[in-house]
Design a protein around this ligand. Structure first.
Ligand SMILES: *Cc1c(COP(=O)(O)O)cnc(C)c1O
Length: 396
């Protein structure tokens, strides 16, 4: 993607819809399609609100070493394990520092000397950023699918990996580019997989053992909670020899040994993740989350594909199209039409389609359909897109 300079959305256009506002006109319910932080399901939000009215003190102000919080923590670990079928030989860690913290944490934990080799599969902006930070702490072997113009529209080959790698890092859903691995690959080398699942964790099952997953990390703010907590699932045999420069807060060995309480854990965030996981299990678990993700994204892609080019998504191959983040342009990116689209959507409460990323505004709008976005909300967006297209056609 050729990213536009993010400096305050470039023009003097101060319409809230053009500034990326998430607040629709007063009285209109927001439908939040933002790439994150994202909304949580209405039931999850209601359960969070109820925490403040309950007799028991809310985890927001519970000491992390109190018996009451320890119950919450134990319950959260249990429900994560149950919801995502995580085997017992993996630790579940609630860490700080977001996805970005893990870009450094992975090599700092797995490469004690700092010059070990690690393969980085790069299929979008996030895996590229992970590579860039990891380069300080290991010797990366890079397999990238970046096009000459800087865009990403496919996955790199999974055949040519460095067999001496300590691990193979990949991103299972490229949030900005809209490329997803609907299943993790089974690689031909011994090295364990390290997965950045920040934007798709909990939306499809994971074959932990079959795919040789060594580490999986996900910042909470897209699918399972809110910013401030990073879930890390770490296979126990990979612990025990971090670099001597690995800070304690990023060290898997230290955090596992201390039962997630080496320093002050994000208490409230843990409780939110616990509520989310229980909600997910009650809804039918990960298979149901996957079914919904497929149904929601199918609906939007079909509107795009049937529009005869009025809407276009950069990813042609349906087998790698993201179910979470759907980039699309309107009338070939025509400025006036895109502006009308955003403003009319905003008037209906549709927000979050045009946002800033660390990589700029981008050529494409993007609809993000995380767990907190209901089928009903996607239907509203799809209906609006169809109606907008019709209106534009009759005006021609
Ligand atoms: C959002 C995101 C990140 C960054 O997470 P932070 O919590 O902002 O550090 C990393 N990787 C992917 C795939 C993401 O979508």
């Amino acid at each position: 993607m050729t990213y536009i300079d993010p400096s305050p959305l470039k023009s003097a256009d101060t319409h809230p819809a053009m500034l990326g506002s998430l607040l629709p006109p007063s009285g209109v319910l927001p439908l939040n399609f933002s790439p994150g932080p994202a909304s949580l399901a209405a039931e999850v939000q209601a359960a969070i609100k109820a925490l403040f009215d309950s007799e028991r003190m809310c985890s927001m102000y519970l000491s992390h070493r109190s018996p009451e919080f320890l119950d919450i923590l134990t319950s959260a670990v249990k429900h994560c394990r149950l919801a995502m079928n995580i085997p017992e030989d993996y630790e579940i860690l609630f860490m700080h520092g977001g996805g970005h913290g893990q870009f450094a944490a992975v090599p700092l934990n797995l490469c004690p000397n700092g010059d070990e080799k690690a393969t980085y599969l790069v299929n979008g902006t996030w895996s590229k950023r992970a590579l860039s930070d990891a380069s300080k702490y290991c010797r990366p072997f890079v397999v990238s699918s970046e096009n000459q113009d800087g865009t990403f529209t496919r996955n790199p080959s999974f055949e040519h990996l460095d067999p001496e790698s300590k691990y193979v890092h990949l991103c299972s859903n490229e949030t900005v580019n809209g490329i997803e691995l609907h299943q993790l690959p089974k690689l031909g080398i011994k090295a364990p997989l390290v997965v950045d699942a920040s934007s798709d964790f909990s939306t499809k099952p994971i074959d932990w053992v079959g795919c040789n997953v060594g580490i999986l990390y996900a910042c909470a703010s897209k699918n399972i909670g809110h910013p401030g907590l990073t879930l890390c699932v770490v296979r126990k045999d990979l612990m025990g020899s971090p670099s001597k420069f690995c800070p304690g807060v990023l060290c898997y060995t230290t955090n596992a040994r201390e039962g997630n309480l080496w320093n002050t854990i994000a208490t409230f965030n843990v409780e939110v993740v616990n509520i989310f996981m229980q909600w997910m299990i009650a809804q039918g678990g990960v298979h149901e989350m996957e079914r919904r993700a497929i149904a929601k994204s199918d609906l939007l892609y079909s509107v795009i594909d049937k529009s005869e080019g009025f809407y276009a998504t950069p990813i042609a191959d349906p087998s790698i199209r993201s179910r979470m983040n759907i980039p699309f342009d309107v009338a070939g990116g025509d400025e006036e039409t895109t502006r009308n689209f955003l403003i009319q959507g905003w008037e209906r409460g549709i927000v979050g389609l045009r946002t800033l990323t660390p990589f700029g505004v981008g050529k494409y709008l993007r609809a993000s359909l995380y767990n907190g976005v209901s089928m009903n909300q996607v239907e509203v967006l799809a209906a609006f897109m169809t109606e907008f297209l019709k209106t534009c056609r009759t005006q021609q």
